[in-house]
Design a protein around this ligand. Structure first.
Ligand code: SAM
Length: 402
């Protein structure tokens, strides 16, 4: 048995799993000080398992439930996709083969492997390759090839054309966090030609901070973009590329609540009406769109579709006298609208919990909290500070749950 296999086997023995479970909430420095209770296992490996398991509980429940899983260092675990988003991506592929050029901890690869005949996992980091080799054995996956090499080299030296190539570039370069494609690893902008030659279709994951217009400029052959949020936080932008001559601007926006429950909107940005949205004073209801819609830049268009008006050109709050429950976002029922007098507001909210929103306003919510000396909290009471067409206003509102 190879050294690594032996190490992983020791680390996932039932008595070690029980120790990890028992100590999962203990202080890490204390555990390190006490040292390993097992003769052949380093305490650093045990601590790594504890940290990994904690991180996996929400992000990777399928991995969390299996006691034989070995976790990589935290940095690699942070870079990995969540099960929800990996599952989403896997539903988009099929065929003979898929090359994952940035294998990492293998979460995306694992879900892709269920949808294609052969999954080729490529990863520069040898330690990650060993961990993934162990874990896929645990999950009894048998169509998974592991290649420990630079995936750009692999493409350049082979003539094989894959049905799909998937790339989730590393957003850490020399220990700094980056989000532009040209700064990520591998730098796919420099290698688009060879990737095009070797793939029928490409799926590329980019950071939520990556600008959509920038993507349309530097990428070629875009069929559609998926904006994927989990519980209203944008997690990934997915670029589906079939190497067409001209980029299409179809954007699909998904907001997952659970693996199965999600909302969905699709829009063709090339067909958007150019009419501006009507501005208005604040009406009976206020609407704040989901973050995926804001990321897509189609918020005004959705507003027009629903017959809403906007509080001010650059204030992303929409209003109507009608209550529209189907709107993809949060709804507030307006109680009062007033010009801003901090002294008066402080008096009114004294002793009560309140939630703050700041939109196109000179103070952010932290600064507002300090100024108002208030406690943040409560389920539904909001003070919304915003620039409106009548000037700066504070809007007292109740959040309505759909
Ligand atoms: C963001 S992570 C991928 C996470 C993965 N999708 C998952 O679900 O676990 C990016 C990975 O790409 C690897 N990588 C970067 N450049 C590479 C290259 N040229 N060839 C192979 N792997 C590379 C990094 O070592 C890192 O583990």
């Amino acid at each position: 048995m190879k050294l690594e296999e032996k190490r992983f086997e020791e680390l996932t023995k039932p008595e070690v799993s029980r120790f990890i479970e028992k100590n999962i909430n203990k202080s890490i420095p204390d555990l390190i000080l006490k040292g390993s209770p097992f003769q052949h296992i380093d305490i650093k490996d045990i601590v790594n398992q504890i940290i990994g398991k904690k991180k996996a509980k929400k992000k990777l429940p399928h991995w969390y439930k299996n006691e034989k899983v070995v976790y990589p260092p935290m940095l690699n675990l942070e870079q990995t996709s969540s099960e929800i988003t990996a599952l989403h991506k896997s539903k988009l592929v099929s065929g003979q083969n898929l090359l994952d050029m940035t294998g990492g901890f293998g979460i995306d690869s694992y879900y892709f492997s269920k949808k294609v005949n052969t999954l080729i996992y490529t990863e520069l980091n040898p330690e990650l390759c060993k961990i993934v080799k162990h874990n896929i054995k645990v999950f009894k996956v048998d169509n998974f090839e592991i290649t420990n090499e630079d995936s750009i080299d692999l493409l350049q030296k082979n003539s094989q054309v894959y049905n799909w190539i998937y790339i989730d570039p590393s957003r850490r370069n020399e220990n700094t966090k980056v989000f532009q494609l040209k700064d990520s690893l591998p730098n796919i902008i420099d290698h688009l030609k060879v990737i095009e030659e070797k793939s029928e279709k490409l799926m590329l994951k980019t950071s939520p901070m990556y600008d959509l217009d920038m993507g349309y400029k530097e990428l070629i052959g875009v069929k559609e973009v998926h904006i994927i949020s989990v519980k209203n936080e944008v997690k990934e932008l997915l670029w589906i590329i079939d190497w067409r001559k001209q980029n299409s601007k179809i954007i699909k926006i998904f907001n997952y609540q659970t693996k199965k429950k999600y909302s969905y909107i699709s829009i063709d940005k090339n067909k958007i009406e150019l009419d501006g949205i009507e501005l208005s004073v604040c009406c009976k209801y206020l609407y704040e769109f989901d973050s995926g819609i804001m990321k897509s830049g189609i918020n005004d268009m959705i507003g027009i579709r629903y017959n809403l008006k906007k509080l001010e050109q650059h204030t992303n709050l929409y209003t109507s006298d009608k209550r529209i429950l189907s709107i993809p976002g949060k709804i507030y029922k307006v109680k009062t609208i007033e010009s801003i007098n901090y002294k008066k507001i402080r008096k009114v909210i004294k002793g009560n919990q309140v939630n703050l929103i700041s939109k196109n306003f000179q103070l952010n919510t932290d600064e507002l909290q300090k100024k108002l000396k208030c406690t943040i909290g409560g389920k539904s009471d909001y003070l919304i500070f915003a620039k409106t067409i009548e000037g700066n206003r504070v809007i007292e509102a109740t959040r309505l749950m759909s």
